[in-house]
Design a protein around this ligand. Structure first.
Ligand code: ZN
Length: 272
């Protein structure tokens, strides 16, 4: 348990009356729940100062075409990494810089603290910033990998780096001089089978509540657990200031930021 990590003295921005009622419904459902699943995207880290990808101020929206003349999806793709690693690394560095000095926010800490209160709390995240792990969450499926885990594409040597400031780009392996890559899933690359197979294994054990937080829900593999959960009769919740493809499908929708809502849910849960 990491209860001391939440700064309860900080002012929580007020939620709308509708959102307050939604928080009550969520807390009521949580009071009967044993197993929770949280699916998180860039909006989860927005309160840590990280940009969202496709949201209102998203970096993908701001930079439809990169200065190199490629779309961001092409620049950050597996084929580009293999043929022109300097291009991919240029944008990996941009991504890494946005999270270099970021710290977990109250939303991350709330999820980590929940570990001590339920039988199981699973976090499926699209984020590559490692903030859930840094906050202390135990069961994190980071399906897009981590920017801080590096791997030699020739000999397979694995290293970790706190940030990219000391790297000469594109980096080479200290053992074999082979090209290095971060262990992240780039565009046009396969998703990690083992992490999804763990997710579905945990579905077998059942969830009582599924939250989708701060993700634009563009990808089928992010939407599917919510839809499957609904079909199984599991209560589904979306926390996102924006309307997404699943907004009309979930049982409870809260149109506010992740850290504010999670802090409010947790405060109320603890005094329920
Ligand atoms: Zn090597």
């Amino acid at each position: 348990m990491t209860s001391c990590q939440i700064d309860r003295s900080a002012t929580v921005p007020a939620l709308s009356l509708d959102d307050e009622r939604a928080v009550d419904r969520i807390v009521q459902a949580m009071s009967r729940a044993r197993r929770l699943l949280f699916i998180t995207g860039a909006g989860m880290s927005a309160d840590s100062g990280l940009p969202t990808y496709r949201g209102r101020d998203g970096i993908y929206r701001a930079q439809q075409t990169t200065p190199h003349g490629f779309s961001i999806e092409q620049a950050l793709s597996g084929p580009m990494l293999r043929t022109r690693p300097e291009i991919t690394w240029h944008y990996l560095l941009e991504l890494e810089k946005t999270s270099r000095h970021a710290a977990p926010n109250r939303g991350h800490y709330v999820l980590a603290e929940m570990d001590g209160y339920f039988d199981a709390v699973w976090v499926l995240t699209q984020n590559v910033d490692g903030l859930h792990q840094r906050a202390g969450s135990r069961n994190v499926l980071d399906v897009h990998g981590s920017l801080h885990a590096l791997e030699c594409m020739r000999c397979g040597q694995q290293t970790t780096t706190p940030d990219y400031s000391k790297l000469t780009l594109p980096p080479r392996c200290s053992e074999c001089e082979g090209p290095i890559r971060p262990q992240v899933v780039l565009f046009e690359e396969e998703l990690p089978y083992d992490k999804f197979s763990r997710l579905w294994y945990e579905f077998g054990a059942g969830f009582d509540l599924i939250f989708s937080i701060g993700t634009s829900s563009m990808f089928e593999y992010i939407v599917e657990p919510v839809r499957v959960g609904r079909q199984m009769g599991i209560t589904t919740v979306e926390i996102n200031p924006e309307t997404t493809t699943i907004s009309s499908e979930v049982d409870i929708k809260i149109g506010a930021g992740a850290a504010t809502v999670l802090a409010s849910i947790w405060e109320r849960y603890l005094t329920w």
